[in-house]
Design a protein around this ligand. Structure first.
Ligand code: FPP
Length: 244
């Protein structure tokens, strides 16, 4: 029996997919084998998210820091991303998945950028679930660019007009609600420069398995963990659950 409360499903779930390399090593394989196995976990997670009515699923697929990895791993990851998006495009379209990216996709290899832009264009009318891939992403750069964008694009800017709402409007995630739940796999307990602005009130769930092992049951366990938390947003418990 499903243990989830379907009326309390997070609207937006973000995931730091971590541990592909360590999982591959544990299997005696090279790191790219781990990334390839990670695609299966992506497929399973997206399917489960759509089934439970999650509206936004954000996956941290490539950080700006990842450029410092060995070139062969970077090339392999880019090929994998483009292959996955190209081969899954029909399935994304048929299942009502809208694709978006956050991060600086102009910094990606041209074929990867073009493949992403094509998939974004083809899926833009889909209404089922929005899959957001964080590619060449850094939260600090995102916030820095937001400040630059405010100075460049906002007319008659004054000190008082700089508000959290205005900053949100200039982030990569403008028009996307903040995640209620952030999942990180692999047992590392940190957020690694991911959505630092957006996760101010997000519940964090650390799954102690590597990303290639992550499946529907782990996704359910993460949502269950979320549903057992009390989200107080700075208030006290009695204000959330008044005794009448
Ligand atoms: C982290 O594991 C994983 C990544 C940096 C890449 C994630 C990419 C995929 C799962 C492939 C394709 C994705 C999509 C969206 C189709 P790690 O390499 O940091 O592992 P380690 O910490 O064990 O070294």
């Amino acid at each position: 029996m499903l243990s989830l409360d379907l009326l309390k499903i997070p609207n937006h779930i973000a995931v730091i997919m971590d541990g592909n390399g360590r999982w591959a090593k544990s299997q005696g394989k090279d790191r790219l084998f781990g990334h390839a196995a990670g695609v299966e976990a992506v497929r399973d997670t997206l399917k489960a998210a759509k089934e439970f009515g999650v509206k936004y699923l954000t996956l941290y697929a490539f950080s700006t820091e990842n450029w410092s990895r060995p070139q062969a791993e970077i090339d392999g990851l880019m090929d994998l991303l483009i292959d996955a998006i190209t081969s899954e495009l029909d399935s994304l379209e048929n299942n009502g998945v809208r694709l978006l990216t956050i991060g600086d996709i102009n910094g990606l290899p041209e074929n990867c950028r073009k493949g992403m832009e094509n998939a974004i264009e083809k899926t833009k009318e889909n209404k089922g679930i929005t899959l957001i891939l964080a590619l060449n992403y850094s939260a600090r750069i995102e916030i820095t660019k937001a400040v630059q964008s405010i100075l460049l694009n906002e007319k008659n800017i004054s000190i008082e007009s700089i508000t959290p709402e205005l900053i949100s409007k200039h982030l990569f995630t403008k028009n996307i609600p903040d995640p209620e739940l952030l999942i990180r796999t692999s047992g590392e307990n940190r957020v690694s420069n991911f959505m630092l602005w957006q996760i101010a009130y997000t519940e964090l769930h650390f799954a102690r398995i590597y990303w290639p092992e992550f499946r529907r049951e782990h996704f359910i366990a993460a949502i269950e963990d979320y549903q057992n938390r009390e989200r107080r947003f700075g208030k006290i418990s009695e204000q959330i659950h008044p005794i009448i």
